[in-house]
Design a protein around this ligand. Structure first.
Ligand SMILES: Cc1ncc(COP(=O)(O)O)c(C=O)c1O
Length: 459
């Protein structure tokens, strides 16, 4: 069957319903966690050529996706996917992502996407309110935390440039625990990095920041990136004390909360982010822990005007754009954009913010209960009390190779995906919980499995 590209005929109708039907099926089915990457040569054998002059037809292409391609992708939303930072999009958010695609909205300029942008801005406002930002705050949804960090830092440098010419190179202050995307942003911007040591919990403190800045030659440090929930350990930097230093030294404070700032909507964790209200900008990724599908990151500025001055694009072909309205393109490095905040908006509107509080709290509670169990088990060491939903722990006597082999074997068996990392130079295991349906009992079963004698194991 070859449905028409732009005509709606009976074949197209059947095809369209098949695609939507498949999407609904994928959302409901219990997932097989054995899905995962195949070596490229194995995939090449099972994936026949599909791009041909006449096409293979819509139903066949869908079959190939369902039977060949998707099984070679990791199920990121499985409740037992505990590696890196997984995802847990709500049913409403995922279904609405399809609606956004079907609606062909240009989300870059108000004149094209006013309705969509108004809804996205409600979601941005919800986040700004959670952070305690003023009514004048504003922001934009970008593709990810990396894009948010880059766009915020470019704005910060423009703000600094407007007020001073430094005697040294422009520099961003961070810690070793900052996400790799911040270092990548510094490379793109050709600015230097000043690394501040962390405390015993892996946290950036105001005192350490001040001490390093006092020793630093030159006045090029224009921004500090603090983290609201580090990727590796879920640790929240000392935001209030860092804001004091930034105020005193006239530096931009960006809080990277790609993973952890979802905790702002948690009744349990909110207090830990004290000082976030003093940041100049923050980023949080709804595709991580706010139940939106990829790709969706919110970048919020306390004062959006300098961001617009930095990022707005101009050209004769853009002269006709109405500059008097809120144009999301102006607030980050992009022009055309999908209204990617709409699935989050729809999910919030569908379920209410209380459901978000409940869902984020569920992961934090499960992480704490899991950590308590680890701490009380002989043969295990809890490395840090979890602040959010990341737990780091070791199994006595295990090497990095032991962790790796166990992790690979359990992933292959479809039990769970958790991968080793390091804490203070030592290998350890890490779980990151974002799915409210992750069951404590299943996590404890992993500990039982790890505790079983591994002498003579075939893995
Ligand atoms: C703290 C932090 N910042 C930035 C990122 C990068 O986000 P993205 O992958 O959406 O670009 C991550 C990803 O895990 C993160 O945890």
């Amino acid at each position: 069957m070859a449905p028409s590209m732009h005509e709606w005929d009976p074949d197209t109708n059947l095809f369209a319903h098949s695609v939507i039907g498949y999407a609904i099926e994928r959302l409901q089915l219990p997932k097989d966690t054995r899905w995962g990457a195949l070596p490229a040569d194995e995939l090449a054998v099972v994936l026949r050529p599909t791009i041909t002059p006449t096409g293979v037809g819509g139903l066949e292409a869908l079959r190939v996706f369902r039977d060949v391609l998707l099984p070679a992708c990791r199920p990121m939303d499985d409740p037992m996917n505990l590696a890196y930072v997984p995802t847990a999009p709500s049913v409403a958010a995922t279904m609405f992502d399809l609606v956004v695609s079907a609606s062909s909205i240009f989300g870059g300029a108000w004149e094209a996407g006013a309705g969509a942008i108004a809804a996205e801005n409600q979601a941005i406002r919800w986040l700004a309110d959670l952070a305690g930002f003023p009514d004048t705050a504003g922001g934009v949804f970008v593709s990810g935390g990396s894009a948010a960090n880059l766009s915020a830092l470019v704005t910060a440098r423009e703000v600094a440039r407007a007020t001073r010419t430094p005697s040294s190179r422009w520099t961003v202050a961070v810690t070793e625990e900052v996400h790799a995307s911040v270092r990548a942003a510094a490379r793109v911007m050709d600015v230097d990095i000043l690394t501040v040591p962390v405390d015993a919990h892996g946290r950036l403190t105001g005192a350490a920041l001040e001490a390093v800045l006092a020793e630093h030659d030159g006045d090029g440090v224009f921004a500090v990136v603090a983290t609201g929930g580090t990727t590796n350990a879920g640790v929240i930097d000392e935001l209030d004390a860092i804001a004091d230093v930034c105020d005193a030294r006239d530096m931009w404070l960006h809080v990277d909360g790609a993973y952890g700032l979802a905790g702002l909507c948690s009744a349990i964790a909110r207090e830990r982010f004290r000082g976030i209200e003093r940041a100049d900008s923050f980023g949080v990724d709804p595709h991580k822990w706010l139940f939106a599908p990829y790709d969706c990151a919110a970048l919020v500025y306390r004062d959006p005007a300098p961001a617009a001055a930095t990022h707005a694009q101009h050209g004769t072909y853009l002269d006709a754009v109405d500059r008097g309205e809120w144009n999301p393109s102006d607030y980050a490095y992009h022009l055309s954009r999908r209204a990617r905040g709409l699935p989050l908006w729809f999910s919030l509107a569908t379920y209410g913010t209380a459901a978000y509080t409940e869902a984020v709290d569920a992961s934090i509670r499960t992480a704490r209960a899991f950590a308590d169990d680890v701490a009380s088990r002989p043969g295990f060491t809890l490395l840090l009390e979890p602040e959010l939903s990341v737990v780091l722990f070791t199994v006595d006597g295990w090497t990095r190779d032991d962790y790796l082999r166990w992790s690979r074997e359990r992933a292959r068996a479809g039990v769970a995906l958790l991968v080793p990392t390091s804490w203070q130079g030592e290998p350890c295991l890490r779980i990151c919980l974002v799915h409210p349906r992750t069951q404590l009992a299943d996590l404890l079963a992993l500990l039982d499995d790890l505790a079983a004698p591994h002498e003579g194991r075939t893995w």
